[in-house]
Design a binder for this molecule. Structure first.
Ligand code: BTN
Length: 324
């Protein structure tokens, strides 16, 4: 209890030193106990200035997601309304999957400050450092045939791209199928995992990772060529609760459009935001490599690629790279 009281007392006097003597009197604990509580708070990410003569001055609190603030920011009806916020998990995908198996409603949202085993597409890992990004997964229960599930990956990319562009005014584009890029560098990844039974779709877990407030020092040197964050690109920190809330609002709107009108409107929006169309590409598919120019999206969510002989093929799943 005294730790919280101590913090409140110091936070209420920003920019001012409070002496150890005063703190110990106010909290009725020894000065050594005050010092111990300060050390505990520092290990949680709070920053104080300490002076032997003057005492302690509160400088800053750790960047922690605030469930109350997120609720305040949310304008959705269903999405994000059932919120599970964790300090650390293996992967939010696993937690959301378990909740979905237990019957969690559509829109149930799992967020973690940190993942110790985050995963990306194609069996890759996903680095998810503490307090700086958004690592979240949510439950979808669409009534669609299972082979339409990839459409929702593209819908998620469109929703995220539109909301981040609106918030940051950065020139963010979508690289097929669902990476978000700024000037060729990745700022977000999307991973949808479907669960089916007897060829019927039971639910989908949509996972979204957004590099929001990561700094250059958070990336290994070689990664800075391929990855960036909204903070690096815009030069300023963003409130993560606002980013989550705005994405959910956009997602809910597009999901409703999709339920009412099908995939076609989403295709139009995706094509307008794509940075893949019209640029020669090399697609590594499970069946082999295809070189050609992506020319549009098919209604199933596959990309249409025009080969050098003029023929157009559909590619459903691939790693897209530049032509060497
Ligand atoms: C990719 O680009 O390869 C997809 C990355 C998806 C990462 C997100 S972070 C939240 C959710 N939990 C995970 O373990 N992965 C997704």
């Amino acid at each position: 209890m005294s730790k919280e009281q101590l913090l409140r007392w110091l936070e209420e006097q920003p920019g001012q030193f409070v002496s150890g003597e005063k703190l110990s009197q106010h909290l009725q604990i020894s000065r050594t106990a005050v010092w111990k509580q300060i050390k505990k708070l520092e290990s949680e990410g709070y920053v104080f200035e300490a002076s032997r003569r003057l005492g302690y001055k509160f400088l800053s609190a750790p960047d922690k997601l605030d469930a109350g603030l997120l609720e305040q920011r949310l304008e959705t009806r269903r999405f994000g309304r059932s919120l599970h916020l964790f300090e650390e998990v293996d992967s939010t995908q696993n937690v959301a999957q378990r909740l979905a198996e237990e019957g969690a409603p559509e829109g149930t949202l799992v967020i973690a400050e940190q993942q110790n085993n985050g995963r990306g597409r194609m069996g890759r890992g996903w680095v998810s450092p503490k307090g700086k990004g958004i690592w979240m997964s949510f439950v979808l229960r669409p009534v669609i045939p299972i082979h339409f599930a990839p459409q929702l990956t593209l819908l998620t990319a469109v929703a995220l791209c539109r909301s981040l562009r609106r918030l940051t005014e950065l020139p963010i584009g979508i690289k097929w199928p669902n990476d978000l890029l700024i000037d060729g560098r990745k700022i977000s990844g999307i991973l949808l995992e479907s669960t089916a039974e007897d060829a019927r779709l039971r639910h989908i877990i949509a996972g979204v990772g957004i590099s929001v407030n990561l700094e250059e020092s958070d990336y290994p040197e070689e990664m800075l060529k391929k990855a960036t964050s909204l903070r690096i690109a815009s030069g300023g920190k963003l409130e993560r609760e606002t980013v989550i809330a705005d994405f959910h609002l956009e997602f809910e709107r597009l999901y409703d459009v999709y339920a009412a009108e099908g995939f076609e409107p989403i295709v139009t929006l995706w094509e307008a935001l794509s940075v893949s169309l019209g640029k020669p590409a090399r697609l590594t598919t499970p069946q082999g490599v295809i070189e050609g120019v992506p020319v549009g999206l098919d209604n199933s969510g596959a990309i249409k690629v025009q080969k050098p002989d003029g023929s157009v093929v559909l590619v459903f799943s691939a790693e897209m790279g530049e032509v060497s």
